[in-house]
Design a protein around this ligand. Structure first.
Ligand code: FAD
Ligand code: NAD
Length: 475
């Protein structure tokens, strides 16, 4: 241990999209703040090895796909040649730019940034191990745990090979393998599987449940599945990987379930979920409560059972999404400042950034069915959207999930290109307790995909300009 003990008002552990917004707002509200992370700059998983690098690569995939698609309109581009080193460098430059920018914002706010690993010694003291073995003690009045999550491993399979990757490895873009098995048909499997498949890898996805993106409404997923069936070499459902062995020609994988095959792949991407980083933090010593999955248990202010210690983001429960972490982070800063706040969103949007994208918020049809909540559903197919037609992308649906008596918007689901940009209107509608008539009466610009939200509201009210639903003339 070196030097005397330093003290701070608020110690934020973890500089991801939960931690850094908490630190920034706490500082803006006049508190003395220390932000601790192992990386040289804030950013967390999201900026270094998650949202940002994956979206940069998905953008490239989208450009390639669009160029191929253009042959339908009489515009021919030659097949692209991919310089993987330059592509990787471009993706890395995006990460450097954004994390460097956060470093500047941290400095300019006067926040004390410590690069190191923190753990609790007491409810008022942290031990921080810096690179090179130096240790320091930091006393605090309030602490915010924002340590995020890490990739889950496949249970019962322990094999160490550079050919077996998690999302962090896959985002490093080591090469464009000839074949790849993606284990898990969730967010990461479909996003990164799409990137590699578009770059030329023959991708097979194996998913243990009966469909891709389990839990998401099937009418939305089916639109994406149709396109992915063409992009991927294979989608194997109701099947688990039970064994993996390294052989000279690749990783030999044994399936169990609907498929019982043994196949060899150049690389395997494991994307079967993420687990919270709640161990090795000294939580047990303090008696901070965690649930069965390891998520820290928090109240509506994101306070743990120790009153001056808060937890936010992936480590504090699902959904494990960056914008959920950020909102929690800002709530916590206000709570510490003594403001009367609670984290109680009615809608946290989710977006799968595939092509097409799927986005949803609020109540889903699946959830309504499971919880026996009566709902009315209004769908507007993008085959009737002028904008979708100009883009030659009629493969989309916008739907509203409404309270039957009042037509209040309870949920919104969209599949189609740009769905992730459109969903915010749905989130706002839910937060503002909007009715279908509010969406119908709001003038939307033409021709845009946003009109599909207005027209879905028209469907709900019985007369849609571009559909014959509700007029009695649809048959
Ligand atoms: P994290 O971002 O995980 O940050 C935690 C930080 O804490 C890390 O920097 C870590 O180094 C640090 N840390 C951990 N332990 C300690 C310690 N003891 N001491 C000091 N520092 C510590 N979400 C979206 O909303 N949109 C997306 O498009 C999206 N894409 C994703 C793509 C991929 C491939 C992955 C893996 C995730 C993606 N996510 C996405 C999820 C998103 O990254 C997480 O929900 C988000 O990063 C959680 O933020 P956080 O602040 O809770 O933690
Ligand atoms: P996920 O939970 O989205 O998907 C995991 C999938 O793996 C599920 O479909 C599950 O049924 C399947 N699975 C689990 N065990 C399996 C097994 N043994 N064999 C075959 N299939 C198996 O998890 P993920 O894709 O790893 O992503 C982790 C989290 O990161 C997401 O839940 C999300 O919170 C976040 N994320 C978000 C985005 C985004 O917002 N666009 C992108 C990437 C990641």
């Amino acid at each position: 241990m070196s030097g005397e003990k330093k003290t701070t008002g608020v110690a934020v552990i973890g500089g991801g999209p939960g931690g850094y917004p908490a630190a920034f707002l706490a500082s803006d509200l006049g508190m003395d703040v220390t932000l601790i992370d192992m990386e040289p700059n804030p950013g967390g998983v999201c900026l270094y090895r998650g949202c940002i690098p994956s979206k940069a690569l998905l953008h490239v995939a989208r450009v390639i796909a669009e160029a191929r698609h253009a042959s339908r309109w009489g515009v021919e581009f030659p097949e692209p040649t991919v310089d993987i080193d330059r592509l990787r460098e471009w993706k890395n430059s995006v990460v450097r730019k954004l994390t460097g920018g956060l470093g500047q914002l941290t400095k300019k706010r006067g926040i004390n940034y410590i690069q190191g690993r923190a753990s609790f010694l007491s409810p008022n003291t942290l031990r921080i191990e810096k690179d090179g073995g130096e240790e320091l003690l930091l006393g605090f009045s309030h602490a915010v745990i924002a340590t995020g999550s890490r990739p889950a491993l496949l249970p019962d399979i322990s094999i160490n090979s550079p050919r077996i990757m998690d999302s962090t490895d896959a985002l490093e873009l080591p090469d464009i393998p000839r074949t790849m098995l993606v284990v898990g048909g969730g967010y990461i499997g479909l996003e990164l599987g799409s990137v590699y498949a578009t770059l030329g890898t023959r991708v097979t996805v194996v998913e243990m449940t009966s469909g891709l993106m389990p839990g998401v409404d099937r009418d939305l997923v089916s639109v994406l599945s149709r396109r992915l069936e063409r992009l991927f070499d294979g989608i194997v459902l109701n099947t688990k990987v039970v064994d993996m062995r390294e052989e000279r020609e690749g990783i030999k994988v044994r399936f169990e379930g609907a498929s019982k095959e043994e196949r060899v792949f150049d690389r395997v991407l494991i994307s079967v979920g993420r687990v919270p980083n709640s161990t090795n933090l000294g939580l047990e010593g303090l008696g901070i409560r965690v649930d069965k999955k390891g998520f820290i248990i928090v109240d509506e202010k994101r306070r743990t059972n120790i009153p001056n210690i808060y937890a936010i983001g992936d480590v504090a429960g699902e959904p494990m999404l960056a914008h959920k972490a950020t909102h929690e982070g800002r709530t916590v800063a206000e709570a510490i400042a003594g403001r009367k706040v609670a984290f109680e969103p009615r809608a946290i949007p989710s977006v799968v950034f595939t092509d097409p994208e799927i986005a949803w918020c609020g109540l889903t049809e699946t959830e309504a069915r499971e919880k026996k909540i009566p709902v009315k559903v209004a769908r507007f197919p993008w085959s009737a959207s002028g904008r979708a037609t100009t883009l030659d992308r009629n493969d989309g649906v916008t739907k509203l999930i409404l309270e039957p008596e009042t037509n209040r918007v309870l949920g919104v689901g969209i599949v189609g290109i740009g769905a992730g940009e459109l969903i915010s209107e749905g989130a706002l509608a839910i937060e503002m307790a909007a009715l279908a008539s509010d969406l119908e009466l709001t003038v939307h610009p033409h021709p845009t995909l946003s009109e599909t939200i207005m027209e879905a509201a028209e469907v709900a009210l019985g007369t849609s300009t571009h559909l014959l639903y509700g007029t009695g003339k649809s048959k």
